[in-house]
Design a protein around this ligand. Structure first.
Ligand code: SF4
Ligand code: SF4
Length: 294
């Protein structure tokens, strides 16, 4: 590994491609790294890595309006002015649906009774933990919260700080699926995006979309075709796409029940006895290592 710290983000165009299983295996294989789970809407890397939480922090983002029922006269001003439909008419008073409130403060400003408080919004919790593979930074958003892009940025920053502190060469991230705000935040300043895809029509389409996003941000792309043997025709299409667009195809993995068996045991697939599949994952990790050493 070179002198500079590297950041690798494992992503996929959609969920369920085996991204997290592979990230867990890479976390097992990588040396001297900090692991970071950026899939904050549906984190599941912790199920395989069983982190021991060392620090727990509130994730605060924005504000929320809360009506003091004792002071509210039910004048209806907030109901009229809230353009997000967050205010609920209770006849004698009003209340606010916290899942709909966008924290714009309009109701707070115009309430004639100063009956609306505007505290910080506690959106979730983030953690610094230790795992059997090394330090891990991860989080859990509360249901219905939509600030995952900001939380992803915070986690990346904390993972980099941790890596600097312990002299790690690598931040290995399990990225968010899809192409929305969280994945854009996941990709920020990454050295390499490893896209895990499957040989289905939607898999090809999703790969194209997320790889274009990486190109837009000038991030080097590596591709893994998972369960390539389920449809050799689509696997060939993906291989051709990689050649045409200059993405590095770092490996093709077959469908193998050992992945599910490892998940049931709460282990990375490379931890369960030596299998052909695990050897192929090791070969892929070596290829990824070569790419980030360049
Ligand atoms: S504007 Fe203030 S007083 Fe009027 S209904 Fe809303 S919270 Fe109550
Ligand atoms: S803060 Fe804005 S979004 Fe929230 S209830 Fe008040 S007016 Fe509606």
């Amino acid at each position: 590994m070179g002198e500079l710290m590297r950041e690798v983000v494992i992503i996929s165009g959609k969920g369920g491609t085996g991204k997290t299983s592979l990230t867990a295996a890479f976390a097992h294989l990588a040396q001297n790294k900090v692991i970071c789970d950026l899939d904050v809407d549906a984190p599941d890397l912790h199920l395989l890595l069983a982190p021991r939480v060392l620090e727990e922090h509130a994730f605060i983002s924005g504000h929320i309006a809360i009506i003091d029922q004792d002071r509210c006269t039910g004048c209806g001003t907030c109901l009229e002015m809230c353009r997000f439909g967050a205010v609920i008419d209770q006849q004698a008073t009003c209340s606010i649906n916290p899942l709909e409130c966008e924290g714009c403060k309009v109701c707070v400003t115009f309430c004639p009774e100063q009956a609306i408080a505007f505290p910080d919004r506690h959106c979730g919790t983030w953690y610094k933990s230790q795992t059997r593979f090394g330090p891990m930074v991860h989080a859990q958003l509360f249901p219905g919260q939509e600030n995952s892009g900001r939380l992803v940025s915070l986690l990346k920053k904390e993972a980099r700080l941790e890596a600097e502190k312990i002299g790690a060469d690598l931040v290995l991230c399990d990225g968010s699926p899809g192409i929305g705000c969280p994945v854009i935040s996941s990709l920020s300043q990454a050295h390499l995006a490893v896209i895990v895809t499957e040989p289905t029509p939607s898999g090809v389409h999703d790969l194209q979309r997320v790889a274009q996003l990486c190109e837009h941000f000038r991030i080097q792309v590596a591709v893994i075709i998972n369960k390539y043997d389920l449809n050799l025709g689509h696997s060939q299409k993906i291989t051709q796409l990689c050649q045409d667009r200059g993405y590095t195809l770092v490996g093709q993995l077959p469908h193998d029940p050992v992945v599910t068996e490892a998940m049931i045991q709460g282990k990375a697939v490379t931890e369960v006895e030596t299998t052909n599949f695990a050897d192929q994952v090791r070969t892929i990790w070596e290829a990824i290592t070569r790419l980030i050493e360049k």
